[in-house]
Design a protein around this ligand. Structure first.
Ligand code: HEM
Length: 222
């Protein structure tokens, strides 16, 4: 396969192509495969949802400070915000005391720490994390929702899977096109773009580490 020429390929294509291999790795991780294959109980799904809470808490509170930033600001759209939906899902999955029982795995803590660091010091790096999560949620997230509804009997687009429901985005395909246009217009030179691509790969690796840790916690007996 030919390596894309960074001077000619659109940034949105570069970033997607650069993370393609890791995307497959995340998608086919033992935990994800077992979860989506219906081989794990709802407790594993709840534990995963808890980990997402820490990641989105970092993304969305970190994002607040970037609202007026010329690089990251345009990506911050209220219709993407996931924290309120995650909290409703957790109240459904764990009960009203969900917050008291919430614990981050070390891998999740590392992921959230890195997101927070980028939000505080490096807006373009924050965009790499924003892209990795939200574009994924708008894409594969819909497959996860469908499986979760079927496996554990959640109401369609209801409590338990609200995280995957974007009420303010009637056409994910159109939204993703707009998002890619924003990526293509990002104010950064080529070196900075390469750094953002590297951060995106790091974001995928951080996700894979969380899956690995969850896989250890919910190992299926052979
Ligand atoms: C079983 C789990 C997953 C499935 C089934 C899945 C599936 C998909 C599919 C079908 C697309 C293509 C959508 C399109 O072309 O418009 C996609 C895109 C994407 N996924 Fe996933 N995915 C999964 C996990 C993940 C994870 C763990 C991440 C990272 C945290 C992720 C991040 C992304 C991103 C960033 C895109 C957008 C790529 C782009 O068009 O620029 N996905 N996913």
């Amino acid at each position: 396969m030919q390596t894309p020429d960074p001077d000619r390929a659109a940034f949105s294509s570069l970033i997607r192509d650069a993370s393609h291999e890791q995307h497959t790795e995340a998608e086919t991780s033992a935990f994800m495969s077992d979860l989506l294959g219906g081989r794990l109980g709802v407790d594993a799904y709840a534990r995963y949802t808890e980990q997402l809470w820490f990641v989105y808490e970092a993304l969305e509170t970190g994002g607040e400070r970037l609202a007026g930033n010329p690089v990251a600001g345009p990506f911050l759209r209220p219709e993407l915000l996931r924290l309120p939906s995650l909290e409703r899902d957790l109240a459904h999955l764990r009960g009203p005391g969900w917050r008291a029982g919430l614990t981050a795995l070390p891998a999740t803590r590392a992921y959230a720490t890195r997101v927070r660091e980028c939000a505080e010091r490096w807006p373009a790096g924050y965009v790499a994390h924003h892209y990795t999560r939200y574009l994924g949620d708008l894409s594969g997230g819909q497959i996860i929702r469908d499986r979760a509804e079927k496996t554990w009997g959640f109401a369609r687009k209801g409590d338990g899977v609200r995280f995957y429901v974007f009420d303010g985005i009637p056409s994910p395909a159109a939204f993703k096109r707009g998002y890619r246009a924003l990526l293509d217009g990002i104010r950064a030179d080529d070196l900075e773009k390469q750094r953002v691509i590297a951060e995106c790969k790091r974001a995928f690796a951080l996700n894979t580490e969380v899956f690995r840790a969850l896989g250890e916690e919910f190992r299926l007996s052979a």
